[in-house]
Design a protein around this ligand. Sequence first.
Ligand SMILES: CC(C)(COP(=O)(O)OP(=O)(O)OC[C@H]1O[C@@H](n2cnc3c(N)ncnc32)[C@H](O)[C@@H]1OP(=O)(O)O)[C@@H](O)C(=O)NCCC(=O)NCCS
Length: 138
Amino acid sequence: MEIEDVDEVVPIAATSILNPWSRDMLLGEVAHPFSHCFLICREEEDVPLGFICFRNVGEESELLNICIDPMHQKKGLGKRLMEFYIDFCCQKGVKKYYLEVNPQNIPAFRLYQSFAYQEAGKRKNFYQGKYDALLMER
Ligand SMILES: CC(C)(COP(=O)(O)OP(=O)(O)OC[C@H]1O[C@@H](n2cnc3c(N)ncnc32)[C@H](O)[C@@H]1OP(=O)(O)O)[C@@H](O)C(=O)NCCC(=O)NCCS
C-alpha cells in the first residue's frame, strides 16, 4: 500500500466494526519506518479488496490490522493475506509474532488460531478505554 492507495482503502477499513481505522491512521501506518502495509487486489482491475499492516522490529512482528471488504469475506482472502504475511516475515528472520484481538471478533480470532496463534494474556480496557483485548502470540 502506498500513500496514493489510502483513499481507496479508507472505505474498507471503515467497515471493521470492532477495529475501524481512519484515513489518518492508515496514512500514519504507511509512513511509519517499521511498518509494512500490503493490499490484496482483484487481479484484472487492481482494485483493493483488503489490506494488512504489521510492524517488524528485529525478530519480532506485531500484526496491527487485517481487513477484507465485507463483500469479499469468507472467500479465503484473509487466509491468503495471512499466508503472505507469515511467509514475508519468515524470509526477514521473524521468530515471534504478536497481535491483539477483540475476543468478540470470532472471525479474526479463528483466523489467527488457524495460523497457530495462541492466547497469551489480556490487555485491560484496550479498546476505547473500556473493552479488553486478547493478546495472542505465535
Ligand atoms: C477477519 C477477516 C480478515 C477474515 O477474512 P476472510 O477473508 O473473511 O477470511 P477467510 O475466508 O480467508 O477465512 C479464513 C479463516 O478465518 C476464519 N473465519 C473467517 N470468517 C469467519 C467467520 N465468519 N466465523 C468463524 N470463523 C471465520 C476461519 O477459520 C476461516 O477458515 P475456514 O474457512 O477454513 O473455516 C475478516 O472477517 C475481516 O475483515 N473482518 C473485519 C476486520 C477485522 O475485524 N479484522 C481483524 C482486526 S484484529
